[in-house]
Design a protein around this ligand. Sequence first.
Ligand code: 48F
Length: 260
Amino acid sequence: MSNIMEETISGAIVRSFFKKLEDHLSVDVGIVGAGPSGLVAARYLADAGLKVAVFESKLAPGGGTWGGGMLFNEAVVQDDAVAILNDFNISTKDLGNGYHTFDTVELASGLIFGARKAGAVIFNTVCVEDICVREGVVNGLVINWNPVRRLDMHVDPLVITTRAVLDGTGHPSEIVHKAVDKAGLHVDSPSGGIMGERPMWMEDGERTTVINTKRLFPGLYASGMAANNVQGGFRMGPIFGGMFKSGKKVAELILADLRA
Ligand code: 48F
């Protein structure tokens, strides 16, 4: 008895995955975290022709998009960010007061699909555990399987070479923490370090998320709640315009820098 089908399928998966990984050992942009800001950035950067890899520690990309507000799977966006959802073909319902609702399962799947179809590759269950810094530039991501981290296994990582790194890790801003605490970098924030996120204030949080989205150090950028954590912005809960606009803004900043 032969296992021809089993061998074919296993071989196809192994060869196909390793080709994908090998093709992305060196990328233009390494995005850490497949939340809304990271996925929006991934899509616009890939649309512009850059080689983009997204590393997401969880099995399902999407970050904080799936659960809406308190597991009610609807969320809200303002008028001025609906155009971004239109770019992803995600439907919204106009409330007629400047706000729109949307289904968060459609949001999560739409953002993931949009980023993938634009050409960004998503490596799920892979966490970024460190960065590389050479001659004053952040130029690499240190990756490992998230189950390795979760099980506290002593396994050395691999490195992805980057021209730009985006911290899209949300509230903890894990990558900027590595830059500040471990590499000793002085980032572009009021203190040169991480200011820490402030409590809920939807209006100010939404406004400042976009302002807080910036290049923090050569080769290093932050978006979404990671950007707010670094700059001391307010949290805002299940309104997502700031996240989408932050992802679009950081894509434009990275594109301008890489094309300069
Ligand atoms: O937190 P998250 O959704 O990022 P975001 O783009 O959006 C925030 C909103 O979802 C919400 C909000 C809106 O009002 O406040 O919270 O800022 O997604 C961050 C993703 O990063 C992954 C994490 O699993 C999540 O999916 N992540 C975090 N640390 C790492 C990581 C890491 N070290 N390596 C890989 N992925």
